[in-house]
Design a protein around this ligand. Structure first.
Ligand code: ZN
Ligand code: ZN
Length: 278
């Protein structure tokens, strides 16, 4: 039986860098980063990769019962995290407003200008979506009051051009996202452990394998082993590994998941459509 403070968490996209389809990428899906958290009070979304389009379609199927206001937290403005914005149909029909929170860009004009560029010619044919957007750039450490109830606080990640993770506290639950992040900067890693302490669900970066990471230094991502270490130090109850490399097949990700679960049982590699009630 669900209760009014329950959060339904859903994965809409778990791929990193670029959409990657094909018959060998069905189970985990090809869409890029997008997660939603829904309560009786509202809908919160983290990142608007290509999976954001599928979320929009599912909301449209609800007709007039869909949320009138949506909060969207962005980790950063790399294309795989915002490319779904122009294709989000609830905005197109004009009945949905969206508040977007982006903590990684101190210059609010760069934030606004980047989204305007993404949704206007010659990149995209019109800007009509843009009028439903309400943009906010909260200061580091400040708490954002969420429409689902509770708060979200940004924290620093190690990523080219910068990125911010989020600690979301709503009802009795703590859900944190710490992707995209390259482990290895001791101060930033320690800050993440502190910021995500006691997570019921911690979303982590598992882009690379141990074999790959040596030649990917500075690319801004981690292995599942590095993310497990951070999650273990933070006492995370469950770790959701994400940002799967575009080349990674279902069989390859399943092998990584099996190896990770042998090391710690409470790990899931994110699949589009995966849900959990918190
Ligand atoms: Zn990314
Ligand atoms: Zn990135």
């Amino acid at each position: 039986m669900s209760d009014s403070s329950d959060i339904t968490f859903t994965v809409w996209g778990a791929r990193g860098s670029i959409f990657s389809g094909g018959a060998d990428k069905i189970e985990f899906g090809g869409d890029t980063t997008c997660f939603s958290l829904e309560t009786e009070r509202g809908l919160l979304v983290v990142d608007a990769g290509s999976g954001f389009r599928a979320l929009g379609q599912s909301l449209m199927a609800r007709g007039d019962d869909r949320p009138k206001v949506i909060d969207l937290l962005l980790t950063h403005l790399h294309l795989d995290h915002i490319c779904g914005l122009p294709f989000f149909e609830p905005l197109l029909c004009g009945k949905t407003k969206m508040r977007i929170w982006h903590a990684n860009q101190t210059d609010g004009e760069v934030f606004r200008g980047t989204l305007e560029c993404l949704m206007s010619p010659p990149v995209f044919p019109s800007m009509i979506h843009f009028h439903g957007l309400d943009l906010h750039a909260p200061d580091a450490g400040s708490a954002v009051a969420l429409g689902i109830g509770g708060t979200a606080r940004p924290f620093e990640l190690n990523h080219p051009d910068g990125a911010a993770g989020w600690r979301i506290e709503s009802g009795e639950s703590v859900i944190c996202i710490a992707s995209d992040h390259e482990a290895g900067e001791a101060g930033i890693d320690a800050g993440i452990v502190e910021a995500t302490r006691g997570s019921d669900l911690l979303i982590c970066d598992a882009t690379y394998t141990d074999d790959e990471i040596a030649t990917r230094k500075g690319w801004g991502h981690s292995t599942w082993q590095q993310s497990l270490e951070i999650g273990s130090l933070a006492g995370a109850k469950h770790i959701l590994m994400t940002h799967h490399d575009p080349e990674r097949t279902d069989a390859a990700i399943t092998a990584m998941e099996d190896a990770a679960r042998a090391a710690a049982p409470n790990i899931t590699f994110a699949r589009s459509g995966w849900q959990r009630i918190l």
